[in-house]
Design a protein around this ligand. Structure first.
Ligand code: TXA
Ligand code: MG
Length: 325
């Protein structure tokens, strides 16, 4: 879905004026501000309720602009940018001087990506600069994959919402730390580890949590209101029915192998067999179960390869540190 030219121009004007624009990317919707405007960036943190030490991603219009935003571009970073941009890959690199510390949470590195969405690219072209944007949700909650998710969650606190239809990928970008000799994955996402390793020609380390230090321990992230409990796939139905009998309003993520099971629960979501479809639907499913009044969601982890790695990472983080059954 393409936005009208008048909407793109209006959104670019809002960014120039120091305002906030929610915009679609191929992964999730972002809450954008002019990356070079410290006050606008500070408002992003305020609207999200995010600690200021938690850095943002700077979105740019093309790989050719990367050198404008980082101190230097190591060979591996250039290789990855050429292969995967525009696309769901974020590169962490030494901070260029034009990036204010407000955007990097005080770090000397900056996260940069080129989103693969016609509306995002049109906005970046019309605006001309970099757009610092986290996912357009409140801190800790589920990322938005439609414009309506953004409106429902942030409402009037965003100056303009650009609607580009539902996001194709559905989980956030893969974040690769490309500052050192050996790149590593800080967050699994839309570009698979296997695809990255094929380009780099060597195995990649995956850190389950970001190495960025944040004050305090946040119990969960990417989390719906309902508590998420993870169990083995073959136990999903039994655990869900037991919790429902005990008085919970249970939402079930039913694995494809049990698609025909009749489950005695409050709400059932049939998980798609394809990982691409599961990733695309994941955040919408979590929001739907919240909306239907579930207080407990029973799910299992997919096989952790391809997009399954990113899905499993989000489900674990939604469940929090102690919520595995
Ligand atoms: O797909 C995406 O990446 C979406 C869309 C809108 O582009 N954005 C997104 O942003 O997921 P956010 O803010 O929700 O997540 C960005 C993550 C944070 O976990 C942050 O810690 C990490 O990127 N990050 C940002 N700058 C970093 C840096 N300099 N070093 C390490 N991690 C960084
Ligand atoms: Mg986020």
């Amino acid at each position: 879905m393409r936005a009208r030219t008048s909407d793109i121009d209006k959104a670019a004007g809002v960014l120039r004026g120091g305002g906030l624009v929610a915009f679609p990317t191929e992964t999730v919707y972002g809450l954008g501000a002019n990356a070079e405007d410290s006050a606008a960036v500070a408002r992003v943190f305020q609207v999200k309720g995010r600690p200021p030490s938690h850095p943002l991603i700077v979105h740019i219009g093309g790989a050719e602009h990367l050198g404008d935003w980082v101190e230097n571009v190591p060979v591996t970073a250039r290789l990855l940018a050429e292969r995967f941009w525009p696309g769901p890959l974020t590169l962490v690199l030494p901070r260029g001087r034009r990036v204010p510390f407000e955007a990097t949470g005080g770090l000397e590195t900056v996260a940069v990506r080129v989103p693969d969405h016609p509306v995002a690219l049109a906005l970046l072209a019309a605006f001309g600069g970099g757009v610092a944007a986290p996912s357009a949700n409140r801190f800790g909650s589920v990322s938005p994959t439609t414009a309506n998710h953004v409106r429902a969650e942030l409402g009037d606190e965003v100056d303009f919402v650009l609607d580009g239809g539902p996001c194709e990928v559905g989980v956030e970008s893969t974040i690769v730390d490309a500052t050192g000799e050996a790149p590593s994955v800080l967050r699994p996402g839309g570009v698979t580890r296997e695809d990255l390793e094929a380009v780099l020609g060597r195995p990649l380390a995956v850190h389950s949590t970001s190495r960025v230090r944040v004050p305090g321990q946040h119990p969960s992230h990417y989390a719906p209101r309902a508590r998420v409990v993870l169990v083995e796939p073959e136990k999903v139905v039994a655990e869900a029915e037991l919790a429902q009998e005990l008085g919970h309003q249970v939402g079930v993520f039913l694995p494809p192998c049990f698609a025909d099971a009749a489950v005695k629960a409050h709400a059932v979501v049939a998980i798609p067999g394809s990982m691409a479809a599961y990733a695309r639907g994941l955040y919408g499913f979590l929001r739907e179960l919240d909306q239907r009044g579930c207080d407990l969601i029973v799910a299992s982890l997919p096989v952790e390869e391809g997009l399954g790695l990113a899905i499993a990472n989000r489900l674990r983080r939604a469940a929090g540190p102690r919520s595995s059954a």
